[in-house]
Design a binder for this molecule. Structure first.
Ligand code: ARG
Length: 461
């Protein structure tokens, strides 16, 4: 095939089977525009190093611009004979500017430093897009919290009723986790902010090209300090796969709750018709498919991370062709989140919250027993005794099929003389919520503070 970038030392062409295995153009073509940007930057450093005349540089840049227009319009497409995007684009450039000029661009660079750099450029762009999508989801959670600021719900541990909490507090817990994910993306970018251009195949270049100039041209703060590391490291890809998997997992935890909350038994929320699906056989069904897909896709995101880590494990320096396996997992993680997050955000933003239902269940399951124990502590009772007395009152109620709030003064005294009628002041959900007023607690005033801080944090993200 004419476009091949190697082959003069071989007596024959590659077998079809090898070409089929080796090809990456069907997935790396999406890097074409980054490769063209890299080529423009490279042409400029060749010019500065005296290896490309001013006229040649101008013709080269014009050719690259024309090629980019054809790439964008679809007029130029890779063929099966193009092994990868670099091969296809060199063929395209030669079609524009001829073999003599087009053949000069490859000097002083290798597909190894190119691909390591392009991957970073692609991931940095998409990290910013994903961060914006995460912020949208946080905003939807914040809006649901603000719209239901006074709604109490059963807080759970082990999925059992534990203590009443504000619905807003619960929802903002998810937004807090997503804030850390957004921070992870920003922090990741510091390590991604290094260009591998100039590393060559592994050892650098003899041609006096300026890697820092290429780096700056491509939006990087620095070029690789070590050309072997520049071409052979992929920890930045793996870290990206981790952060995207973590986002998927944090979303899956919201998803699982939506799936529970939409059941008849919970009836905490109803999904908007536009964000729910039906059944082909059961006419009454309304299914939370977006949440289920979020739960399912988190497994896929974990798979992308573990697959990539397995590729990197024990890989000797420097570049090995195994590294071609670095792209599909991270591309898939990008695609997965970029299609999942908008749907998920829409589902959260449009769901109807049944505050009355949540509030009605909030005091059930003796969720105020801790309030009784802590009331006793405030009366000077050791917690060990207080725990026993409050536990005894739960047993007493359970045996009689009544709730803690229904206990009469006489019954309280019968359970323990420590339970004077004043204990009733803590036997309400409102009282319980208001009293958890330390920083980070579920008291309405603390939740309002938290909400305000999060709104500010998301605005800055
Ligand atoms: N397609 C290759 C990759 O993704 C580009 C680098 C190929 N380099 C080579 N020496 N075969 O890693």
């Amino acid at each position: 095939p004419k476009s091949q970038l190697w082959g003069s030392r071989f007596s024959g062409g590659p077998s079809e089977a090898l070409a089929a295995l080796s090809a990456s153009v069907h997935f790396d073509w999406r890097l074409a525009r980054y490769d063209l940007a890299g080529s423009r930057a490279h042409a400029r450093v060749l010019n500065r190093a005296g290896l490309l005349s001013g006229t040649d540089l101008a013709a080269m840049l014009a050719g690259l611009d024309a090629l980019e227009a054809d790439v964008v319009s679809g007029a130029f497409l890779p063929t099966v004979a193009d092994e990868d995007c670099h091969t296809a684009l060199e063929r395209g450039l030669i079609e524009k500017v001829g073999a003599e000029l087009g053949g000069r661009l490859r000097a002083g660079r290798s597909r190894n430093d190119q691909i390591a750099t392009l991957g970073r450029m692609f991931l940095r762009d998409h990290a910013r897009q994903i961060a914006a999508l995460v912020a949208d989801l946080q905003q939807a959670l914040i809006d649901q919290a603000s719209a239901h600021l006074d709604v109490a719900m059963p807080g759970r541990t082990h999925l059992q009723h534990a203590q009443p909490v504000l619905f807003a507090h619960h929802v903002l817990a998810h937004a807090q986790a997503l804030s850390r994910d957004a921070e992870r993306l920003r922090d990741w970018d510091k390590r991604a902010d290094v260009s591998a251009y100039g590393s060559g195949a592994l050892a650098g270049s003899t041609l006096g090209l300026d890697p820092e100039a290429v780096a700056a041209d491509l939006g990087f703060s620095a070029s690789a300090a070590n050309s072997i590391d520049g071409t052979a490291s992929r920890d930045v890809f793996a870290e990206f796969a981790f952060v995207t998997a973590m986002i998927g997992i944090d979303v899956s935890r919201i998803a699982e709750e939506i799936i529970l909350w939409t059941t008849k038994e919970f009836s905490f929320v109803t999904l908007d018709d536009a964000f729910a699906t039906g059944s082909s056989i059961m006419p009454q069904k309304k299914n939370p498919d977006i949440a289920e897909l979020a739960r399912g896709k988190s497994g896929r995101l974990i798979g992308n991370l573990t697959g990539l880590l397995a590729t990197l494990k024990a890989l000797p320096l420097a570049y090995n062709r195994d590294l071609q396996e670095d792209k599909e997992p991270v591309f898939d993680s990008v695609d997965t989140l970029e299609v999942l997050l908008p749907a998920f955000t829409g589902m959260i933003a449009t769901m109807t919250v049944h505050g009355d239902r949540m509030a009605a269940l909030a005091p059930e399951g003796f969720s105020l027993a801790t309030d009784v124990a802590e009331w006793l502590v405030r009366q000077g009772v050791p917690f060990r005794v207080a725990h026993e007395v409050a536990g005894g009152s739960v047993r007493y109620c359970e045996e009689r099929g009544i709730t803690l709030e229904e206990l009469t003064d006489a019954q309280l005294a019968e359970i323990s003389p420590l339970l004077t009628p004043n204990v009733k002041e803590v036997l309400s959900v409102e009282g319980s919520l208001a009293s958890r007023d330390g920083r980070g607690g579920t008291a309405p005033k603390r939740v309002a503070e938290q909400l305000e801080a999060l709104v500010g944090a998301v605005a800055e993200q």
